[in-house]
Write a protein that binds this ligand. Structure first.
Ligand code: GRF
Length: 199
């Protein structure tokens, strides 16, 4: 079975879209659990609605960064997913997790990487920067998570035309709509690739 663990820190609309694609039969996968770094976020409400287990790991709860990272790893090892799916997770993925799940952690970013990626480029800041830079196109990127922010191998991108008169909030909504289609589709094809390496 194609088990997934979702990492999220926000409203969880990508998380919801992945659930919907599974429910509709467009993504053959099962979600084992949600990991967040914040309590009281939309993603937790979605997990509750669907009976998906969730765990909150805030680094402040732990004595050290090492203890926090080991707790995260331990939870993932317990769930034992095929893929870890970061869907708006706003903390850096610890190196021990990347080493334990080589090429098995995916992330979505709301720009056409390598443009507008890296530390500080998250949420509305990305879209503001796109507009300020007079980009003609923007979009979203799915990539494999590596040790550096937003730098891992790119699996898929979807583009749209920027309207220079639109607000960053409007652009964010349009990009998010693309994300909701591209992420489940890319997860499905990546799982297929993992399950049939020579096909
Ligand atoms: C998305 O724009 C995603 O690209 C970025 O964080 C946002 C998460 O949105 N990494 P949501 O919580 O899935 O609604």
């Amino acid at each position: 079975m194609n088990e997934l663990v979702i990492f999220a820190s926000g409203s969880g609309s990508n998380f919801r879209s992945i659930i919907d694609h599974i429910t509709n039969g467009h993504l053959d996968a099962k979600i084992l659990g949600l990991i967040t770094n914040k309590a009281e976020i939309g993603a937790i409400d979605i997990a509750k609605q669907h009976g998906i287990p969730y765990r909150v790991f805030a680094s402040a709860q732990f004595e050290s960064t090492e203890a926090y990272e080991l707790a995260l790893l331990d939870q993932c090892v317990q769930w034992n997913p095929k893929l870890i799916i970061c869907a708006g997770y706003l903390r850096k993925i610890p190196t021990i997790l990347i080493q334990a799940y080589p090429n098995r952690i995916l992330n979505i970013h709301p720009s056409l990487l390598p443009k507008f990626g890296g530390q500080g480029f998250y949420g509305i800041h990305v879209h503001k920067s796109v507009l300020e830079s007079n980009e003609t196109h923007t979009g979203c990127t799915i990539h494999i998570v590596s040790a550096e922010y937003d730098k891992g191998p790119i699996l898929a991108q979807e583009r749209l035309l920027v309207d220079p008169s639109e607000s960053a909030e409007h652009l964010a909504k349009r990009v998010l709509k693309l994300e909701h289609q591209l992420y489940p589709r890319t997860i499905a094809s990546y799982l297929n690739q993992l399950n049939h390496p020579t096909a």
